[in-house]
Design a protein around this ligand. Structure first.
Ligand code: SAM
Length: 217
């Protein structure tokens, strides 16, 4: 049975060996990953894997992403601290928690009610008060709070959902895995003079983004 001291040392090791060693040096991202108790976002039976270098099941056929991909996607948003960010695919809530330490406001949408409520509960326990959760189809975005300085989609999509293109601010960045059901290209897009400029960062494998403006099922 691991205790908080064990988890802290596993967390330090995760940041040094999986994140920094792979070239991610953004201080805010590293600090957030050293601070957030990732194991609390993972079901108890799986907690011993919380700081391992792979995705872990969180129930409902979904996963918490590999720590390195969370760090990489966060880094791609180039957040300074004053931003409003939208996440699609709350899952365990861990990515939202990382964002909440770096951005001013975080809005996150999850289609599976059980996961959304569980994440909301842990945000409350940990006092992450700048995160708002919505249950629904994230491919529609969350128009009430738009525009967003950053949008992060943590599920694989055949394309960038159109409503999200509208909801990104001028100069804002959007990070999304684009591809088929089996593999995707992690893509970062920036809106410049109303148009998106895209860049592929690396290959990745995510569970599918299922909704009106992505995969049908
Ligand atoms: N960001 C999560 C974390 O930190 O644990 C990992 C997300 S998991 C890889 C992908 C999540 O996207 C799943 O929880 C899934 O239910 C959700 N999802 C898939 N399609 C969605 C949609 N249209 N709207 C909202 N959430 C969606």
């Amino acid at each position: 049975m691991l205790d908080e001291t064990d988890y802290k040392s596993l967390r330090e090791n995760m940041v040094d060996c999986q994140i920094k060693a792979r070239g991610i040096n953004g201080e805010k991202v590293l600090k957030a990953m050293r601070e957030i108790p990732r194991h609390l976002f993972i079901p108890e039976q799986q907690r011993s894997y919380a700081y391992e270098d792979f995705p872990v099941p969180i129930g409902e056929g979904q996963t918490i992403s590999q720590p390195h991909i969370v760090a990489l996607m966060t880094e791609m948003l180039q957040l300074k601290g004053h931003e409003k960010v939208l996440e699609i695919g709350t899952g365990s809530g861990y990515q939202s928690a990382i964002l909440s330490k770096i951005a001013k406001e975080v809005y996150t949408v999850e289609k599976i009610e059980y996961l959304a409520l569980k994440a909301e509960k842990i945000f409350k326990i940990l006092g992450y008060n700048n995160i708002k959760v919505k249950i629904g189809d994230g491919t529609e975005g969350w128009s009430e709070h738009a525009p967003y300085d950053g949008i992060i989609i943590t599920a694989g999509s055949p394309k960038i959902p159109e409503p999200l293109i509208e909801q990104i601010s001028e100069d804002g960045r959007l990070v999304i895995p684009i591809g088929d059901a089996f593999s995707q290209d992690l893509t970062v897009a920036q809106k410049i003079k109303g148009k998106l400029t895209k860049r592929i960062i690396c290959g990745c494998i995510f569970v599918p983004l299922i909704g009106k403006h992505a995969w049908e099922k």
